[in-house]
Design a protein around this ligand. Structure first.
Ligand SMILES: NC(=O)C1=CN([C@@H]2O[C@H](COP(=O)(O)OP(=O)(O)OC[C@H]3O[C@@H](n4cnc5c(N)ncnc54)[C@H](OP(=O)(O)O)[C@@H]3O)[C@@H](O)[C@H]2O)[C@@H](O)CC1
Ligand SMILES: [K+]
Length: 464
């Protein structure tokens, strides 16, 4: 087996298969549970700092982890209560229960609550009784910790199967990240997340957490065209296209051109305005690195014609905003693989409708759209999912302050800039999300989309 790959994100089935591979190599479920429980107990120990701990144990191996945690914390002198609404059912959990010398109680209050009710084996929503137990215990403690996953969360989709599940200060993922650790709405309630490695090897075709980008300064002999020419096709609302153009400029492109019918007072002097009604000369420019179409385009027939013409050019496209609403199957030719689409949830839904896709949830919709069109799809929002021919990437959470008008235009401008600088759409999207996220971090709270653009050079510098 290949070396451990801490960035991979597994489904519950992939996790079970990985566990089986480890068992085939000589491990036992008990030995894995001991290792996982010890890693989790360390995290709870650090957080509890000697204060009393209550562990809620379910019937499966997540509950088994709980008995291991209880035993190991007691060995360190921590006062531990265990609440076990149902007895252990798996062999490993029965063994773990036997090795813990205590007697479960019905309820306990205290400082740290550890949720070991269900992990990847959750098969349906919690019953009212179990939900009440979980929430009352969480409410009765200062801090809650989820072991592997918060109970009530679907491991593969990030869906919360019950309303009003607890919020956690810490979630300790065991063996590998699960999809829910990176998907909304589940990940929003997990607090800080940590992975404890138990020796799971690399799994083929697993979703990966995107890597930190590694950007570079221009070469000594660079010129504006070698750094990338981005052309933005403007439309009815010039503001959005100008915002995207400024973002493209500050994300590394050497030359940014805006195709628009007339000038605008907000247009900086260093963004070249091309007022030619006929877009052909600009689109046929062999130096063109990337075309961006959508921000401020409008949805008129004229806008649709511009989109058709852009798609007929040989340049790689970034399709955003109105372009995504106008896009239809007859417009896409063989070159779709070179293009990046950056839909938010509403645009993704309308694209799925236009392409006759019926899929459940953002990840499945993005995947189906990629498969139907060949486009690289960045399904953006409070979680970001990228699907392309190189696989699927998830992203660390981004600032909730990004939920303001114009930030999508900025993201599209950055993505176009990265494509123009020579990245594949798949890599450009990964870099764009992270440069955008870093700019948001730098901008701090309550920023505008223009503030975000101003923060881009420092965000870029963070990845040099
Ligand atoms: N993989 C690894 O390498 C390692 C995994 N480890 C740990 O194992 C965890 C996975 O364990 P698991 O598969 O036993 O599942 P788990 O989440 O404990 O629950 C299953 C039980 O719950 C039941 N049940 C389900 N839903 C229910 C509901 N709503 N209400 C009531 N009951 C419900 C279901 O019974 P059912 O009624 O569906 O037959 C079954 O009895 C994983 O998250 C990690 O913590 C580590 O120990 C070691 C290394
Ligand atoms: K849990």
């Amino acid at each position: 087996m290949k070396a451990a790959a801490p960035q991979q994100i597994l489904t519950a089935d992939q996790m079970r298969a990985s566990e089986q591979r480890l068992i085939d190599q000589g491990e036992t479920v008990e030995s894995l549970m001991e290792r996982a429980g010890a890693g989790a107990a360390d995290w709870v120990w650090r957080l509890s700092a000697g204060r009393p701990v209550t562990v809620l144990c379910g019937s499966g191996n997540n509950g088994g982890d709980g008995y291991v945690i209880a035993r190991l914390l007691e060995q360190r002198g921590v006062a531990v209560s265990v609440v076990a609404p149902m007895g252990p059912k798996t062999d490993a959990a029965v063994t773990a229960r036997k090795r813990w010398a205590g007697t479960p109680v019905d309820f306990a209050s205290g400082e740290v609550f550890v949720d070991c009710l269900f992990g990847t084996g959750l098969a349906r929503p919690l019953s009212d009784d179990l939900l009440a137990k979980l929430t009352q215990l969480s409410d009765a403690h200062a801090l809650s910790v989820a072991i592997d996953l918060p109970s009530g969360v679907d491991s593969d989709t990030g869906e919360c199967l019950n309303d009003e599940l607890p919020h956690y200060a810490l979630t300790v993922a065991l063996g590998a990240w699960k999809r829910a650790h990176w998907l909304m709405p589940a990940c929003a309630a997990m607090g800080s997340r940590h992975l404890f490695d138990i020796g799971v090897g690399a799994v083929e075709n697993a979703v990966q957490l995107t890597q930190r980008p590694c950007l570079s300064a221009p070469a000594r002999d660079a010129h504006k065209y070698s750094r990338g020419l981005v052309t933005i096709i403007g439309g009815e609302m010039p503001g959005a296209a100008i915002l995207a153009a400024k973002a493209a400029q500050h994300a590394g492109a050497g030359y940014v051109k805006l195709l628009a019918p007339h000038s605008h007072p907000d247009l900086p002097a260093d963004i070249v305005l091309d007022e030619n009604e006929d877009m052909s000369p600009a689109l046929d420019d062999k130096r063109l690195g990337a075309l961006l179409i959508g921000p401020g385009l409008g949805r008129s027939e004229k806008a649709r014609q511009k989109l058709r013409q852009a798609l007929a050019s040989s340049a790689p496209l970034v399709l955003d905003a109105d372009a995504l609403t106008l896009l239809s199957p007859d417009m896409l030719g063989d070159g779709a693989a070179a293009h990046l689409a950056t839909p938010h949830e509403g645009e993704l839904a309308s694209l799925c409708e236009a392409f006759g896709i019926s899929a459940n949830g953002k990840l499945e919709e993005a995947r189906a759209l990629h498969e139907a069109t060949g486009l690289t799809v960045l399904a953006k929002g409070s979680d970001n999912i990228l699907v392309g021919s190189s696989g699927i990437r998830f992203f660390p959470p981004t600032s909730p302050w990004l939920s303001t008008a114009g930030t999508g235009d900025v993201l599209a401008g950055i993505a176009a800039s990265r494509v123009a600088s020579g990245c594949t759409p798949f890599l450009a999207a990964q870099q764009a999300v992270q440069i955008h996220a870093e700019a948001a971090r730098i901008a701090g709270p309550v920023f505008s989309a223009s503030d975000l653009v101003d923060a881009l050079p420092r965000a870029y510098a963070a990845f040099l």
